[in-house]
Ligand binder design. Structure first.
Ligand code: UD1
Length: 359
């Protein structure tokens, strides 16, 4: 069986590493890894391939940054060529980025079945590019790996029932696999001169928060007034926004470069609380039992809010923040939501049993 795996953005390297390992170890499966080039800085891409032992891509499409149309189109033009050359039995896509959309559109139009890992997520906010990407991808996919019952239910409500498998969440596999190694290898506490539970960890990269200057300023104001230092790894988009306009005092905020996966795991698990607008980090916070505040009005990871480990807080309202943060308690109960840590194994077995001939 031949599989073309399409990756492009930081969280997809994390999602793919556990499954790729199994696919690459199987002599009957030929996995071709295609990097769209959506993320290209060393600390957004290469470092993940090295640290997660992800095989080097067979193709790098070099799509780079741009408007949604430009970026997605650049990926699709090259993906069409790759799919025509490689003639895979399946195209495997992860998550909800423009790389996911480009992969699923290019494959579906060439009549190649699409397998979607992390299917069925919904924020119900179509102003988020990710929501459009995931809805379209799910509707183009023949094989859908849903991380939770809620995701299966969303798909069913949209009439997608065939080819849906509830597998758990593949990021949980990576958390379990790398957590111990992270604690052995990472020296992030020494580098940043911080101590466990004595800092907040913040990440902000969504266009809705970064591209509206008032909103970003409000977020920084709120961070400035928190009772502990806020460690804030900067996504390049956020860094650029701050360079354009950055008023006020930020003495309580430690701005740092994007972190590699192992450092991030340590920082997430030892933070007093995580403040983020990232979907993946909300989930990792839950998996690592760190309370999380999501800087958005809604989330596609609704289960984490229901379980009270995640709280939605609208960044438009900084005055309420310190109070809200102070009032958040660490929940006394914890329900495993994301499977048993063997999602990659389940997906591998399902893929392996699909009725394709070896090519
Ligand atoms: C993308 C995904 C988002 C995901 C995130 C993970 C889409 C629509 N969004 O958002 O779902 O949560 O990745 O990080 O696909 N840039 C660099 N160097 C890089 C990559 C990006 O400088 O290596 C800068 C560029 O200025 C670029 C901007 O960051 O324009 C945004 O990058 P892009 O990949 O378009 O979106 P993300 O915000 O990273």
């Amino acid at each position: 069986m031949k599989i073309v795996t399409v990756l492009g953005a930081r969280p997809q390297f994390i999602k793919a590493c556990m499954l790729s390992r199994l696919l690459q170890d199987d002599d009957t499966i030929n996995e071709i890894i295609v990097h769209t080039g959506q993320h290209y800085d060393k600390n957004m891409s290469d470092v993940f391939f090295t640290q997660l032992q992800l095989p080097a891509p067979d193709y790098n499409l070099g799509a780079g940054s741009g408007s949604h149309g430009k970026q997605t189109a650049a990926m699709m033009i090259h993906l069409e060529e790759v799919i025509n050359t490689e003639k895979p039995d399946i195209v495997l896509v992860y998550g909800d980025t423009n790389s996911t959309l480009a992969g699923s559109l290019a494959a579906a139009k060439l009549h190649v079945p699409v397998a979607h890992v992390e299917a069925g997520l919904r924020s119900f906010n179509k102003r988020m590019p990710e929501e459009i990407n995931r809805v379209v991808t799910d509707h183009l996919s023949s094989i859908l790996f849903a991380p939770s019952q809620a995701a299966v239910d969303h798909l069913a409500r949209e009439g997608i029932r065939d080819g849906v498998y509830q597998t758990g969440d593949i990021m949980y596999d990576a958390v379990l696999h790398y957590k111990e190694k992270a604690f052995h290898q990472s020296d992030i506490f020494e580098r940043l001169q911080i101590e466990a539970k004595d800092y907040y960890l913040a990440t902000v990269h969504r266009a809705e928060n970064t591209d509206e200057p008032n909103r970003l300023q409000n977020i920084l104001k709120a961070f400035q007034h928190l009772d502990k230092k806020v460690v804030f790894p900067l996504h390049p988009r956020t860094k650029r926004a701050l360079e354009k306009g950055n008023e006020g005092t930020h003495s309580n905020i430690l701005f740092i470069e994007p972190l590699n996966y192992l450092d991030m795991l340590v920082m997430e698990s030892q933070a007093k609380m995580i403040l983020t607008d990232s979907g993946g980090i909300q989930k990792e916070a839950y998996m690592l039992r760190t309370p999380c505040i999501t800087l958005r009005k809604e989330t596609e990871w609704e289960e984490t809010v229901r379980e009270k480990w995640n709280t939605l807080l609208d960044p438009a309202d900084p005055a309420e923040w310190s109070k809200a943060v102070a009032n958040i308690k660490v929940p006394s109960s914890y329900t495993p939501l994301f499977g048993d840590g063997n999602t990659a194994g389940q997906i591998y077995r399902i893929v392996n049993n699909l009725p394709f001939t070896t090519s």
